[in-house]
Write a protein that binds this ligand. Structure first.
Ligand SMILES: [Zn+2]
Length: 277
């Protein structure tokens, strides 16, 4: 029996190695065989094109005067749930490349809003991607940070700096999705800090773009933004691969998005930002 199992394992390893060599993968959504090339890695073109949508913009209060604008590439639906689960919990890192592809329109929108038209190259040099860090414990458990992989992929595509050293997560927190909405904010208090090493710090004039896989209540991104503001950074926004609208759907009966990407109620009035949670 043991010999049989060993043989089976060897065959599986050989098949996996051969598939990698031939760049053959199975689509993580519909399971068809795909040729994984530079354009797509783990999702077939058909599924990838179906996931593409207008970026969703949400705003969350950082404090009494400042809002954090979050631009999300897709709605968090069953397909995105599958992809993010496989990436984070099955260690399927190839998916990160496709999430980066999906996030290009959202990042393009942020860059376009940032550019003034006078010196776009210089402006772009002032944009820095900051992946949301994992705690040391989570990092050891998972072995990689999915947001860092996505940020590096997007950074090289758009020619943006990626800084994964400055923002730290000294406190180990429970996963946000395991908590009730009322406990999500308190779970993250003092979760983030910034490095004291000058060489690891972006310039105070830089515009920082926090990057995460999913935005649900916005609490994680807001806490990270608070830590950055505490260190004197003023221009902070965020980009995520997906936006969970579940809370919003349940509590506000929403709805739909205005062509601008902003949330509107049924009479086309912009939804109050504090209602978006
Ligand atoms: Zn597919």
């Amino acid at each position: 029996m043991q010999t049989h199992q060993k043989l089976l394992n060897s065959i599986n390893q050989f098949t996996a190695a051969l598939s990698t060599y031939l760049f053959i993968e199975r689509c993580r959504i519909c399971d068809v065989f795909i040729h994984s090339d530079s354009a797509n890695a783990a999702i077939c073109r058909r599924c990838l094109s179906r996931l593409v949508q207008e970026p969703i913009v949400s705003e969350f209060p950082i404090d009494d005067q400042n809002l954090l604008q979050v631009t999300s590439a897709t709605t968090y639906d069953a397909r995105m749930k599958t992809l993010i689960y496989k990436l984070k919990y099955d260690g399927d890192q190839l998916i990160a490349r496709d999430l980066a592809t999906l996030m290009k329109p959202a990042l393009t929108q942020i860059i376009a809003a940032h550019n003034t038209g006078t010196n776009d190259r210089e402006n772009r040099n002032r944009l820095v991607l900051l992946p949301i860090p994992l705690s040391r414990w989570r990092s050891m458990q998972r072995g990689f940070n999915q947001s860092t992989i996505i940020a590096k992929e997007l950074g090289s595509t758009f020619g943006l700096q990626t800084n994964n050293r400055f923002l730290k997560r000294p406190k180990h927190t429970k996963p946000q999705h395991d908590l009730r909405k009322s406990d999500r904010n308190s779970n993250l208090i003092d979760a983030f800090a910034c490095s004291n090493k000058r060489k690891e710090s972006p310039s105070r004039d830089d515009s920082l773009i926090l990057l995460d896989d999913i935005c649900t209540s916005g609490a994680t991104l807001v806490e990270a933004a608070k830590a950055l503001r505490h260190y004197g950074f003023k221009n902070i926004q965020a980009v995520t691969a997906s936006r969970a609208l579940l809370d919003l759907d349940k509590s506000k009966g929403l709805t739909r998005l205005h062509p601008s990407g902003r949330f509107v109620d049924s009479s086309n009035k912009p939804l109050l930002r504090h209602n978006i949670s």
